[in-house]
Write a new protein. Structure first.
Lengths: 342, 552
């Protein structure tokens, strides 16, 4: 049987394509996607994986095929064919990769836009005023909207990171959380509810904005299930905005080397149903209130915060002095210290 | 059927010429002979490679279990900091640009030595004391902030170790710049008169591209390090946010050098592969011009991609898009090389000896590093995998699967030239198989770890990652063992190996036209080119249609 080589090549090409397409969709390498944007990023990864598998198998196939087919047999002399190049072929293997990377770039650009990477608020909103106005009317419109609908001044800070998806740009996020990274813990503060937590609790389906700061060194918030990561830089506020669409508990890890226990700087992000979330907020507020009361009482009793006069007033009788004398005490003490230093 | 070179055979006149003989002391003193310096670079580099490798084995042993139970976490951080620094600055850069370029460039272009032999020796002699200084910091509280040494962490983890680290890198950078000046000048000015630029071996093109990068990028690293040392020792606030400094500026300056450094580490081995494949396939290199120019294109593009290391550092979006596109574009010239090498093999008469196997191993593993490199350039995907084990896998596929496989390719290929003896091919193949298996078992699972959620540079990790980590650890032990047959084989055969003759591969480049090992000033009489570097092949066979089936 003699099958023409062009048909064998064609069949191999079809086979390679099918294998690549199948593996690109079924690699199962990514963790659960807990947001719509994460699913889009997976789509991008799958596309790149498809191309990669094709390229990988092609290159390895040619290597192995050449090693077998073109190997020097024992006793064989002479050289290979004196082919120094083939310009059309070289143009082809320059043009095809160029087209592929261009396509991946455009695809990435789209996904990045959907994620909210171009949200002007997340990239230094205050700086936008000084930018030339010829940037396109769509952008200008978003800017105006964002300026108009911006009640709190925190958004005027030069935050960088991943902002709101285009549909949500200019609107405030449903839930705002201030994130502080320090060696080796995360502290989440909910300014609207006035609570603090060591874990990130968020409601499903609502847009969340993390306003992030670092206390000591650079950290990075990474939630693999959201495919989101942003460095948390001391002195430069950064932000992440996302909407999770899957109830569950996910790890939130520090991804930027921050010291010896960098690996243990892990906490949880818990995505609640809205009811659970409200219940959690309420329970936290209660315990926060209770704690605050205790703290307040403790502080009220704290002698360190009292002037000498207030502190001694209840004891004035025992000491056998008039309360007014005690009130002068502070003043006298200062006088005596001043004279002593002279 | 190779064209002959009109080079006088020096052996006949040997008795009439007074020779300086090489003494063993030359290898331990300030010799300005480029071949001695090349060997000095390689042996020094290999010693540091073993030290860096032992550190890597320590890291993998720590990571065999999720808990930090082998060393304490601060020591662990020092270990990977030192591992990275040693492997990059004391092994791959000196081996590629120091050893191979020094030994081969003058021989390949028909020169008697480098343009500045004394400077060459100075560049080498900076390295051993600096390496010792860096290793000495192990006993004084070594640097712990990773080889990237980002402030403010690097300013907070011990002044002495970090200070020594900065000092060492400044010295090694100086050595690199001195080397770059030498290579650049030698390639442009020292070629035999009959050799035009387009007749240079491709290794020379690769080194031209590399030395341009060394000269342009290294001073910026020096600037970053000097400012960092001010912050560290004098309390200034260039990068320290507590004084109003901007830590991200350091990252820009650092990566402006350290991304081109990747090309400094891999371009010379693109050159090595371009030399080795045509010789052992007995075919002209496919698309000489394309491979030569693609080196220059990579060199240029390599300078404008640095911020792809900083997609999560708060880089403005338009900048992220710019760096994404430039990074993606590098895939094009790199692809041209890989396809060129494959086309060179296609239809050749391939001798599957150790250098050829390592060259094929290089293509096979480097292509994975190249593919993941394109993936990492895509901003949305990079945001997920930045600073994870996916990146660790990627960089080792480039720097081990690329550079170290390239080093071994070159060593096996030029061993007969350097020593005059053959290196044992069977043991070489055992070395190749062990290295190839060990390497892939170590680093392939790391891609999955990163995608699944394991950050890099951690001493303790979530228990769900233990299975894959143990596979990596076992792989790393195989990789460590694979070095033993090489070392024994190389040392044994350097003294006792079978005599190789001057040109055992029947190669056409000029280094093979002199004696093995080459005499002190390389050539008795300067050679005249009568053939291109890759004019292999039976011209009669070109017209013959390729056969579809061949019976074995």
């Amino acid at each position: 049987m003699n099958i023409p080589s062009s048909i064998i090549t064609l069949l191999l090409g079809i086979g390679l394509t099918l294998v690549s397409l199948w593996y690109g969709q079924n690699h199962g390498l990514m963790p659960v996607a807990a947001s719509e944007e994460a699913a889009h990023i997976d789509g991008l990864f799958n596309a790149m994986m498809t191309i990669s598998v094709g390229l990988f198998l092609g290159v390895q196939g040619v290597l192995i095929y050449s090693a077998i087919k073109f190997r020097r047999r024992p006793g064989e002399l002479g050289d290979g064919a004196a082919i120094e190049g083939n310009v059309p072929l070289e143009i082809l293997w320059t043009a095809i990769p160029a087209a592929i990377v261009l396509w991946i770039s455009i695809y990435s650009f789209e996904i990045y836009n959907e994620m909210g990477g171009f949200d002007p608020e997340a990239n230094g909103a205050h700086a936008m005023h000084s930018m030339p106005s010829g940037k396109g009317s769509a952008m200008a419109a978003t800017m105006d909207a964002s300026m108009a609908g911006m009640p709190d001044s925190s958004k005027l800070m030069a935050a960088v990171g991943v902002g709101a998806s285009p549909a949500n740009q200019g609107k405030p996020a449903a839930v705002n959380v201030n994130v502080l990274g320090l060696q080796y813990a995360w502290i989440f503060t909910y300014p609207d509810a006035n609570i603090t937590s060591g874990e990130l609790h968020i409601p499903v389906g609502k847009e969340v904005q993390l306003n992030m700061n670092a206390q000591d060194v650079i950290h990075a918030v990474w939630i693999p299930q959201l495919r989101l990561k942003q460095d948390v830089i001391p002195g430069t506020p950064t932000e992440l905005r996302f909407t999770s669409n899957k109830v569950g508990t996910y790890p939130l890890r520090c991804a930027e080397l921050c010291g010896g226990y960098h690996g243990s700087m892990v906490t949880r992000m818990i995505v609640h149903t809205p009811e659970e979330y409200d219940a959690w907020i309420a329970s936290q507020q209660q315990s926060t209130q209770a704690q605050a009361d205790i703290v307040k009482q403790t502080i009220a009793m704290n002698p360190a915060n009292m002037s000498a006069g207030t502190y001694l007033a209840p004891y004035a009788k025992e000491m056998g002095v008039k309360p007014e004398m005690v009130n002068h005490l502070h003043h006298d003490m200062n006088m005596s210290i001043a004279s002593a230093t002279k | 059927m190779t064209a002959e070179l009109s080079i006088p055979t020096p052996t006949t006149e040997e008795d009439n010429v007074v020779h300086h003989h090489r003494r063993w002391q030359d290898y331990f003193t300030f010799s300005s002979d480029h071949k001695v310096i090349g060997i000095q670079y390689f042996v020094t580099g290999f010693i540091f490679y073993i030290i860096g490798g032992l550190l890597a084995e320590g890291i993998r042993t720590e990571l065999a279990t999720p808990d930090p139970d082998f060393v304490d976490p601060a020591t662990y951080n020092s270990m990977f900091t030192m591992h990275g620094t040693i492997m990059i600055f004391l092994w791959i850069v000196p081996a590629g640009t120091g050893a191979f370029a020094n030994y081969l460039l003058p021989l390949m272009i028909g020169a008697r030595d480098m343009a500045f032999p004394k400077l060459n020796a100075v560049a080498f002699w900076i390295i051993p004391p600096t390496g010792l200084l860096l290793i000495a910091s192990f006993f004084l509280g070594p640097a712990q902030a990773g080889w990237t040494s980002y402030p403010p962490l690097s300013l907070l983890t011990g002044k002495v170790g970090e200070g020594i680290w900065i000092m060492s890198l400044l010295l090694l950078g100086t050595s690199s710049i001195l080397g770059g000046i030498n290579f650049f000048t030698t390639i442009l000015k020292m070629r035999v008169p009959s050799m035009s630029m387009m007749q240079m071996p491709l290794f020379c093109w690769a080194m031209l591209a590399t030395s341009a990068l060394m000269l342009i990028a290294t001073p910026v690293l020096a600037g970053a390090l000097i400012l960092l040392s001010f912050d560290l020792l004098a309390g200034t606030s260039f990068f320290n946010p507590t004084g109003g400094g901007e830590p991200v500026v350091y990252q820009h300056m650092f990566w402006f050098y350290s991304h081109p450094a990747v090309y400094i580490m891999v371009l010379p081995f693109f050159g090595v592969i371009s030399e080795v494949i045509p010789v052992h396939c007995r075919k002209p290199v496919f698309g000489y011009g394309a491979i030569a120019y693609s080196s220059m294109a990579i060199s240029f593009l390599g300078l404008i991609v640095w911020a792809h290391h900083m997609f999560t550092s708060g880089t403005p979006p338009w900048l992220r898009m710019f760096f994404m596109i430039t990074t993606m574009v590098i895939a094009v010239p790199t692809g041209i090389k890989i396809f060129g090498w494959l086309a060179t093999m296609w239809g050749g008469k391939i001798t599957l000896n150790t250098p050829m196997l390592f060259a094929m191993g290089f293509i096979s593993t480097f292509v994975i590093g190249g593919i993941t490199g394109v993936m990492l350039a895509a901003v949305p995907f990079d945001i997920h995998v930045h600073d994870t084990y996916f990146v660790v896998a990627h960089l080792h596929y480039v720097l081990f699967g690329g550079s170290v496989f390239g080093i071994y390719t070159g060593i096996y290929h030029w061993f007969p030239k350097v020593t005059g003896r053959h290196i044992n091919d069977t043991w070489g193949k055992i070395h190749f198989v062990l290295t190839y298996i060990g390497f892939n078992v170590t680093f392939l699972p790391m891609h999955i770890l990163g995608l699944q959620g394991m950050p890099r540079r951690i001493a303790m990790y979530a228990p769900e990652f233990q299975g894959l980590n143990q596979i990596c650890t076992y792989g790393s032990y195989v990789l460590a063992i694979s070095t033993v047959p090489f070392l024994v084989n190389a040392i044994w055969c350097a003294y006792k190996g079978e005599k190789a003759g001057d040109n055992p591969w029947n190669a056409l480049t000029l280094e093979w036209q002199t004696t093995s090992p080459p005499e002190i000033e390389n050539f008795e009489v300067l050679p005249v080119l009568t053939t291109g570097p890759y004019d292999y092949g039976d011209t009669e066979r070109v017209e013959e249609p390729p056969k579809v089936f061949t019976n074995v």
